[in-house]
Every structure is written in C-alpha cells, then in structure tokens.
Write a protein that binds this ligand. Structure first.
Ligand code: KG4
Ligand code: ZN
Length: 342
C-alpha cells in the first residue's frame, strides 16, 4: 500500500510517500522557522498562509522524486491534530479533498502518534511493547505502548513542555527561535559544572514533570551574571546553556529510568523534536545500558515534524482496515489515549 502523508500542524510543511512493501519512497520538508524567528515564536496566521503556499508544490515535488503519478497513490494520511487550528485545516482540507478526487481513502492521523512511531522508519525498529518518551514543543509525556493505539499515560509535564522550556530559556540567552538546537550548540562550548540547576520533581516518586521552575532559575542566573552595564560575558552564556541542558536531560533520564523499572519493559523509544538532542541521546544510552534496556530514536530529520511519520502511522492504521470519513478533521486538542487500537 502506497500512502501520501501530509503534515501541517505547526511551522513545518511535510509531505512524504511511504510504501508498506518498499519503505519510504520520497519525502520533502519546508520549514517556516526563518519567518517565525523574526517574531520570536510561531505566528499562527502566518503559519497557515505559508502552508497554503507550500503544500501543493511539495506534493508535486514528492511525486516527481518518487517518479510516480497521483493515480499511483492508494491512500492519503493527513495530520488532524493536535496543533494550530488554521495550520491543521490546510493539510486536512487538502488531504481530504485530494483523496476524494482520486477516489481513495483518507485517514486522519494523530501528530503525536506520528512522532511515537517515527523510530519504526529506521533500520532497527523497536518492537511492541515499549516505553516512549514524547518530547516536543507542545508535549512531554511518558507512555506505555503495547501496540498501535494501545497507549497508557505514565506521566506528563504539569506545565511547560521540554521543547517549550528550551525555547523560552533560549530567548533569555538572546538566542533565536526555535531555541532547542541553538542551546544545544552553545552548550557544547560551555562548562556543565559551573552552575547547578535544579532537577525538578526528581526527589519524589512519580513520573510527572515540571519545567517552569527551570525557566525562572535561568532568568535569575542570567540577571545575576550581568555587569553594571547589563552586559554578559559570552562564556557565561555558554555555561548557563550547558547547565540548563544538563538539568533538562538529567530530569528526563531519571524519569525514563523509573518508567523502565516500573514497567519492566526493556525498550525505550524517544520521539519528538527534543529527541534530536545529542546530550539526551548520550545520557539515555548510558542509563539504558545500566538497565540492560535498548534505546531507539529516529534520524534527526524525523525527530522534528515531518511528513514521513504521518504517512507511516496512517499506513499502519489503513493496513488494519481503518479509515476516516469525509469530514475534514482538525482537532487542536486531541488526547492520544482516545485513539482506537488496531
Ligand atoms: O516535534 P517538534 O518538531 O514540534 C512539535 O510537535 O512541537 O518539536 C519542536 C521542539 C522545539 O521546541 C525545539 O526547540 C525542540 O523541539 N528541539 C530541540 C532540538 N531540536 C529541536 N530541543 C533540544 N535539542 C535539540 N537538538
Ligand atoms: Zn511535532
């Protein structure tokens, strides 16, 4: 089965063609980050308009790359949520309409399920059951995964998501949006031990997270380090970036270890934008080795938003006989544990 995947939930337009027999045939991505960087974050209306401009050219590009015609597609998978309503509507209406005109099924895909399954596009995929850490700009969740649509929430962030914390801390350090990759880059030049940031909620049992305190701690540290003229030494900024990254990574690693111990599962999957973080991968690999568990993640390009994960997730559900009706489905909020099992 050949599935065209469409992702437009936030600030990336992603399109991909996935074949259940041959794997990924083509994928294309257009990132709007430069446009939003000017405003320090995603401007929803600008995001929607840019998806309108880019989506059809990207679909053409993917079809040309694969050397196939639209009539060679068996189904269309589009991201129906969660995300920005205007942005979602672009992919949902285009995907649904294209499927109708081609006389093929469409399936509405949950964006976080897409992230969660993205590591299965890699050469050595995880096998069910496993524990998943979903860490994106909008979500931080630990999930027990027994199969597709068989998800139990083990813990989640009570306030900011991990990616959101990276983005906010980056702003305080004078870095652009999105801040995660920029903090990671700056942190490489930093001394990780000069400042010690808190590891929130690790001193009590449980698998929930809280990152908003780290934000305040970062702000206070930056203010303390300014000289009388309000300037701050570049090395100090790098040291703060390193201490911040270390605190987030450590906190995530402590909770992942607990989740592995609690479930007795021997596989941890990390997914979503923050799973591209090299320090997180390094630390979790060491922790999982101690637990005799294996760590799985997608290539960096498929950690952040992309069309391949949507094509893949949609394909799995379509193969199980599921499909969506003619509704153009766009749900800004959509709890993942309400999805049907296959
Ligand atoms: O999954 P994603 O592309 O979009 C959402 O669904 O939210 O995640 C984007 C988030 C942003 O907050 C970004 O700063 C963060 O992922 N991110 C990173 C890294 N790359 C992306 N955070 C830390 N380190 C990275 N290397
Ligand atoms: Zn995402």
């Amino acid at each position: 089965m050949r599935v065209l995947g469409i992702e437009t939930s936030c600030d990336e337009t992603g399109v991909a063609l996935y074949d259940s027999e041959q794997g990924l045939l083509a994928d294309a991505l257009y990132s709007q980050v430069e446009m939003h960087a000017e405003y320090g974050g995603v401007v929803p209306e600008l995001a929607s308009r840019d998806h309108v401009r880019k989506l059809i050219p990207l679909i053409r590009e993917v079809m040309a790359d694969a050397g196939l015609a639209l009539s060679d597609i068996d189904a269309i998978a589009y991201t129906a949520g969660p995300g920005l309503i205007g942005a979602l509507m672009v992919g949902a209406s285009t995907g649904r309409a294209l499927a109708l005109s081609l006389g093929i099924p469409a399936i509405a895909v949950h964006h976080m399920e897409g992230h969660l399954l993205a590591p299965m596009l890699e050469e050595t995929p995880p096998a069910f059951p496993f524990v998943a850490l979903l860490v994106s700009g909008g979500h931080t969740q630990l999930v027990k995964v027994e199969g597709i649509g068989r998800y139990s929430l083990l813990g989640e962030s009570l306030d900011d998501a991990a990616g959101e914390a990276f983005d906010k801390a980056a702003k305080m350090l004078g870095l652009d949006y999105p801040g995660g990759p920029l903090i990671a880059k700056l942190a490489q030049k930093g001394d990780r031990s000069r400042f010690t940031f808190p590891r929130p909620m690790t001193d009590r049992p449980g698998l929930d997270f809280s990152f908003s305190g780290l934000k305040t701690f970062t702000l206070n540290t930056v203010s303390d380090q300014r000289d009388a003229q309000g300037n701050i030494d570049p090395q100090t900024l790098a040291d703060i970036a390193a201490a911040f990254e270390e605190a987030v990574v450590d906190t995530l690693a402590i909770k992942c270890r607990r989740a592995i111990q609690q479930t007795s599962y021997r596989q941890l999957v990390i997914a979503g934008g923050v799973s591209a973080n090299a320090r997180l991968r390094e630390k979790l690999a060491a922790v999982m080795q101690k637990e005799r568990a294996k760590l799985f993640y997608a290539r960096p390009r498929f950690c952040t938003d992309n069309g391949a994960m949507i094509a893949f997730a949609g394909c799995q559900r379509l193969l199980a006989g599921q499909q969506s009706d003619l509704t153009i489905l766009a749900r800004p909020r959509w709890p993942m544990d309400t999805l049907p099992a296959i």
